[in-house]
Ligand binder design. Structure first.
Ligand code: ADP
Ligand code: ASP
Ligand code: MG
Length: 408
């Protein structure tokens, strides 16, 4: 007998029939003698719909009130699922984030979990009940409801698995595992049997929304046995772990894209020591996360610095820099949100210097222009025009996987 945490995403609980299907997966696991904690997302597009409803009444609603609203979506799916399980004759209880002991910081809309007090869940499991917990939500020090950021239910599930020392954390979704690229965009993508925490973390951070990146970070830190699988197919999924046996087979484990970014370029920036420090400390102090940075070689006492931020931070970053012109001298700021980041990820890249060149060749052959490049030991990212992003993913995927299929 083991303790198993099972998380079900929005598509998996979208209607009554799907909730019954989820209830069957949960009760089958329970009937085998396991303790089961299930974490559910809101049904279908509920979270998006709630955001739209809020905007109708107040486009600038406070994040506190938004969290109060958005957290209701998960409460609906959990109570409905518990009712379906009751109807099947199994003992069950559903709990909200605060009942389950999720304590977060006060960052409404993107709160971080500080700890999970597992007593209530443990007590319910001791009574041999199936426990259904709302994903995506917690409570802060003011006793206010917080949410964990879009896609955050994966992180709720991993946090429970880590705090209760579960034997397994299964993330059930609408695809049957982690693929070499989004299978909806690249039909020839391959399902990975296994992937390392590090590679999965990069892929998730670079735009593969199949897992919330913070869930992967947490799974690595607490060594949670993580699996991504389909709630519809019953097929084995993808295991996310520290070391995988297939690691040396291909250099690239996946291709990802992120359209949620914007680029700012400071043109004609004064070329004096400390200028980069001033620009980026100003942004950091205001919680603007900067990703790729490119600085041109100085000429006639000026230089240009371009960098990317999340789309939602573009106006804030521009305003902060405009307002600081008395200290930071530059000619102008150009901004663009017509860009996307396309990345390849793979631990095998470290020892294979040709990988980046192959990626660039695929883009060249397709006539796709690259505007910025960034690399690390296990990834290469390029910025392209947003209208080229999907094609870029496909041609890069074809380049690596056709060739690697031949080589393996
Ligand atoms: P859920 O609602 O279950 O949390 P998400 O929509 O958040 O599901 O994540 C699943 C989706 O992630 C899939 O439908 C797929 O389109 C997308 N996806 C993006 N990249 C990948 C990838 N590399 N492997 C699998 N799915 C991916
Ligand atoms: N319902 C939330 C969202 O749509 C959380 C989740 O699905 O993980 O972002
Ligand atoms: Mg998700």
């Amino acid at each position: 007998m083991a303790l198993i945490v099972q998380k079900f995403g929005g598509t998996s609980v979208a209607d009554a029939e799907r909730i019954r299907n989820v209830a069957r997966i949960i009760t089958d696991t329970y009937a085998k003698g396991n303790d089961v904690v299930a974490v559910l997302s809101a049904q279908g597009d509920t979270t998006d719909d709630l955001i739209d409803r809020a905007a109708e009444l107040n486009p600038n609603a406070s994040k506190r009130e938004l969290d109060m609203l958005l957290s209701t979506g998960e409460q609906i799916s959990c109570s409905l699922c518990a009712m379906a399980i009751e109807a099947m004759g199994f003992p069950v209880v559903s709990l909200t984030g605060w009942q389950a002991g999720f304590y977060t910081n006060s960052g409404y809309g993107n709160a971080r979990i500080k700890r999970v007090r597992g007593e209530r869940i443990r007590a319910e499991l001791d009574k041999r009940r199936i426990v259904i917990v709302t994903g995506f939500q917690g409570i802060n020090k003011y006793d206010d409801i917080t949410t964990l950021g879009r896609g955050g239910s994966d992180t709720s599930a991993v946090a429970i698995a880590a705090s209760l020392n579960a034997g397994l954390c299964q993330i059930f979704t609408d695809v049957d595992g982690v693929y070499t690229a989004d299978p909806r965009l690249v039909p020839t993508a391959h399902k990975l049997e296994e992937i390392t925490y590090d590679e999965m973390l990069e892929l998730a951070t670079l735009g593969a929304q199949v897992l919330h990146n913070r869930s992967v970070e947490m799974a690595k830190r607490y060594n949670v046995n993580l699996e991504v699988l389909s709630s519809f197919s019953g097929k084995p999924g993808t295991k996310v772990k520290e070391v995988v046996k297939t690691m040396e087979k291909s250099h690239v484990s996946g291709v990802a894209k992120d359209k949620n970014i914007a680029r700012l370029a400071l043109v004609g920036l004064e070329d004096t020591p400390g200028i980069a420090f001033q620009v980026f400390s100003l942004l950091a102090k205001n919680n603007v996360n900067v990703d790729i940075i490119l600085q041109s070689i100085g000429r006639s006492d000026t230089k240009d610095i371009s960098f990317t931020v999340a789309k939602g931070d573009m106006e804030l970053a521009r305003n902060l820099l405009e307002e600081s012109r008395d200290r930071i001298h530059f000619d102008r700021i150009d901004v663009s949100d017509n860009i996307a980041k396309v990345s390849i990820v793979g631990a095998g890249m470290i020892n294979n210097p040709g990988v980046a060149a192959e990626m660039f060749e695929a883009l060249f052959d397709a006539g796709i222009n690259i505007s910025m490049i960034s690399t690390s030991e296990i990834k290469v990212s390029v910025l392209v025009h947003i209208s080229d992003a999907d094609q870029a993913v496909r041609v890069i995927h074809d380049k690596f996987y056709d060739e690697f299929n031949g080589r393996q």
